[in-house]
Design a protein around this ligand. Structure first.
Ligand code: FAD
Ligand code: UDP
Length: 369
């Protein structure tokens, strides 16, 4: 008999939810992570009494009451609503694209006039079947919004031309004809009071974990100690890159403490212009309406991904998706390894989708309906 029922590679949300649910069903799990902490990309660090989102702004949102109830078991959520702003050529605009944005851009205050303006731009520049992000954006909001708030941000974020990126990326952002700056359309939204570590600590309570432990540095050993493996790392690395390397986009985070109680008056401010090297500045205290004397901000710089950097975003263009499909086919032939999460499924998943996906895997694994 092996020492563990499940070895879970990666202590992000996918691995933690799986470990929690398997343990609840009487299974023995070991969770390993190569970083020096648990939680993956939702990890928070307390600086000056502020929960700093170490890997970029994380706002929880979902339409699914089951997922909302699930996370609320582990932490109470506040009523934070994400309403980012964006700087473009010296002017500040509200996001997502709504009546405030249109007023700031065109000085039009009536939805009817705005609709007419956008429809005219879409007629002139839009596409019937948008094939890439640029065509999609032009067909959704027209040329002015695209050029003021999308093109440069997108090309900086992804290091590629907007015309070479998949259309679905821009469909994440709402377009509304009301004065409503809520970045998400979902019914439930908020930030866990006390930070995301509360959720991860709750999920992994009483479960054996080892940090600073890379699966690949001791692969044979780790494959021998458990009946099954839940793998949430890079799927191409798992298969020794035999079908080629998948591409990712990385980020560099520069965090500083500032001797002021309020730096930018909002949690998230985007910077559209290509000559500003970062895409956004996060002021963490505003996620929890903090009243601390100081403030902590993080500048987020997009970077090319190389082996020594963190692979934050999959690049889901046709070329990479085709390679991923090869890995996926292979992964389906290995019944004792379950591949899950943003890296192993090579999907631009949000937190609520990761939790849903992990719970689906659990049901499948334990033959539940
Ligand atoms: P991860 O959190 O990446 O966890 C994978 C873990 O596996 C990592 O800890 C890694 O160290 C470990 N690992 C990898 N390889 C190995 C190995 N070989 N050995 C041991 N350990 C290994 N979602 C939202 O819902 N709202 C947001 O506002 C939001 N903002 C985001 C902002 C940014 C900048 C980013 C990058 C993501 C954001 N997300 C957001 C998405 C969210 O972070 C993910 O959906 C979620 O954290 C993914 O969980 P995961 O378990 O799949 O992956
Ligand atoms: N985007 C943009 N301008 C902005 C914000 C976002 O053009 O000010 C585009 C960009 O292509 C980005 C995508 O919308 O990659 C999704 O943005 P979101 O804020 O959802 O991305 P994430 O938080 O996952 O980086």
């Amino acid at each position: 008999m092996k020492k563990y029922d499940y070895l879970i590679v990666g202590s992000g949300l996918f691995g933690s939810v799986f470990a929690h649910e398997a343990t609840k069903r009487g299974k023995k799990c070991l969770v390993i992570d190569k970083r020096n902490h648990i939680g993956g990309n939702v990890f928070c660090e307390n600086i000056e009494g502020i929960n700093v989102h170490k890997y970029g702004a994380h706002i929880f949102h979902t339409n699914d009451k089951n997922i909302w109830d699930y996370v609320n078991q582990f932490a109470e959520f506040n009523n934070y609503i994400n309403s980012p702003l964006s700087f473009s050529k010296g002017k500040l605009y509200n996001l997502p694209f709504n009546m405030n944005t249109f007023y700031q851009l065109w000085n039009l205050s009536k939805p009817e006039d705005v609709k007419r303006k956008i429809e005219q731009q879409i007629r002139e520049h839009g596409f019937e079947n948008p094939k890439n992000l640029e065509e999609q954006a032009l067909s959704l909001v027209g040329k002015d919004i695209y050029e003021t708030l999308i093109k440069e941000y997108t090309e900086k974020q992804w290091g590629r031309k907007a015309s070479e990126l998949p259309a679905f990326i821009i469909k994440r952002l709402p377009v509304r004809f009301t004065f409503d700056n809520n970045y998400f359309n979902d019914k439930y939204q908020g930030i866990p009071i006390g930070g995301y570590n509360k959720i991860i600590n709750g999920l992994l309570k009483n479960i054996e974990t080892q940090v600073e432990t890379d699966f690949f540095e001791n692969r044979n050993y780790f494959e021998s100690i458990a009946d099954k493996i839940i793998f949430t790392g890079k799927i191409d690395a798992f298969f020794d890159y035999r079908f080629g390397k998948l591409e990712y986009r990385s980020l560099k985070f520069e965090t500083e403490t500032i001797n002021s109680d309020n730096f930018q008056g909002n949690a998230v401010v985007n910077y559209n212009d290509s000559d500003v090297p970062y895409t956004r500045i996060i002021e963490h205290k505003h996620f929890e309406f903090g009243k601390q004397e100081k403030t902590v901000i993080t500048k987020e710089y997009p970077e090319n991904w190389t082996e020594e950097k963190e692979p934050y975003y999959p690049v889901n263009d046709d070329k990479n998706n085709t390679i991923y499909q090869e890995y996926k086919k292979l992964s389906e032939k290995i019944p004792n390894v379950i591949f899950g999460g943003r890296l192993a499924e090579y999907k631009y998943y949000d937190m609520h989708q990761i939790i849903a996906s992990a719970l689906t895997s659990v049901k499948k694994e334990f033959h539940e309906r």
